[in-house]
Write a protein that binds this ligand. Structure first.
Ligand code: NAP
Length: 300
């Protein structure tokens, strides 16, 4: 039984299965989500380990709910944040009853959201001023990997905070790696997501090319998934294309956001520029669907 109380902020597609992993590992968990119905759903479900048969499921107790981020940080030793974007981070730290308003010290705040390196540096400094530690720890992998504790976690921040965070992060990821100082995890994540956007757009374009020239989508995807270029992403998204299932595991609006973040870092190379434009154009219509709905944008 773990005794470190975790304060978990953000129960979206990723945050919910990640929080469930920590519950299943026996951590006491206090949750905060902006919209309360997601908290109620997690409290009703409790811990679960969908496809990990190594340990018994539902080891942990039900989580409890904190009414505000300030009350959550008071109750927790480690706070983990998994929310959308830079604005959401500002709201959680600086909003009414935000994390910083609690004026606590001695806490560790781990921000696993995909956000800019700049906002991590800013809040790392402001946390330190209060006597708290901050790590940026974004993840690679999607809902399935989150459920199975198979994420890749890339961390920015100081070594002592990393050491304290490692047992918690190991429950979530198959690889937990410290990249460098504050913001370095975010930079690594933007690099991975540049490549992810190229993969998604490339898979969509190649599938559409095959289909337009008389090669059935299922045949093309079977060839691809058995080729030297096969990868987990192609398998999952190939199945989604064939079943026309665009329910978001990773919402298109999030990759559009990540491409804006990479551009804000001054990156505008040929593929990055093309992917940036394609996903910005797609976001108004397909932002709430999965990333692979980029296929619908291209086939128009
Ligand atoms: P999601 O399902 O869209 O959930 C977003 C979460 O952020 C919700 O809990 C939402 O609260 C909260 N939120 C948004 N704006 C907020 C605000 N202003 N104040 C407070 N809370 C706010 O997103 P997700 O897919 O879980 O992704 C979360 C993060 O992980 C993103 O940065 C994303 O880029 C990254 N990521 C996602 C994946 C993936 O495959 N999905 C993979 C790797 C990384 P409400 O419920 O109230 O809206």
């Amino acid at each position: 039984m773990n005794t470190t109380t975790i304060g978990w902020i953000g129960l979206g597609n990723m945050g919910t299965p990640m929080a469930q992993r920590l519950l299943a590992a026996g951590y006491p968990v206090v949750v905060y989500n902006r919209s309360k119905e997601k908290e109620a759903a997690l409290i009703a479900t409790g811990a679960s380990l969908p496809s990990d048969r190594q340990r018994p499921p539902a080891l942990g107790a039900s989580p409890t709910s904190a009414p505000t981020p300030a009350s959550l940080i008071r109750a927790a030793t480690i706070v983990v944040i998994m929310i959308s974007d830079d604005q959401a981070i500002r709201d959680i730290f600086d909003g009414e009853n935000g994390l910083l308003s609690a004026a606590t010290s001695g806490k560790l705040i781990i921000n696993m959201s995909t956000v800019s390196p700049a906002i991590s540096k800013e809040f790392a400094a402001r946390c330190q001023k209060q006597g708290n530690q901050y790590l940026d720890a974004p993840v690679s992998g999607s809902v399935k990997q989150a459920q199975e504790g198979q994420l890749v976690v890339m961390v920015g921040g100081n070594a002592s905070a990393f050491e304290q965070a490692t047992p918690v992060l190991r429950e979530l990821g198959k690889l937990v790696i410290r990249i460098g100082d504050h913001g370095a995890g975010n930079t690594a994540k933007l690099a991975i997501n540049l490549l992810l956007s190229f993969h998604a757009q490339g898979l969509a374009e190649a599938t559409l090319f095959a289909d337009a020239h008389g090669v059935r989508k299922q045949d093309f995807l079977e060839i691809f998934n058995n080729s030297a270029m096969a990868n987990v992403f192609g398998k999952i998204k190939g199945d989604a294309i064939l079943s026309e299932n665009y329910k978001p595991a990773f919402a298109l609006k999030h990759i559009a956001k990540d491409l804006r973040l990479a551009r804000a870092e001054g990156w505008n190379t040929p593929l990055a520029a093309t992917a940036y434009q394609t996903f910005q154009d797609a976001e108004p219509r397909y932002g709430e669907l999965d990333i692979i709905a980029i296929l619908k944008q291209i086939e128009k």
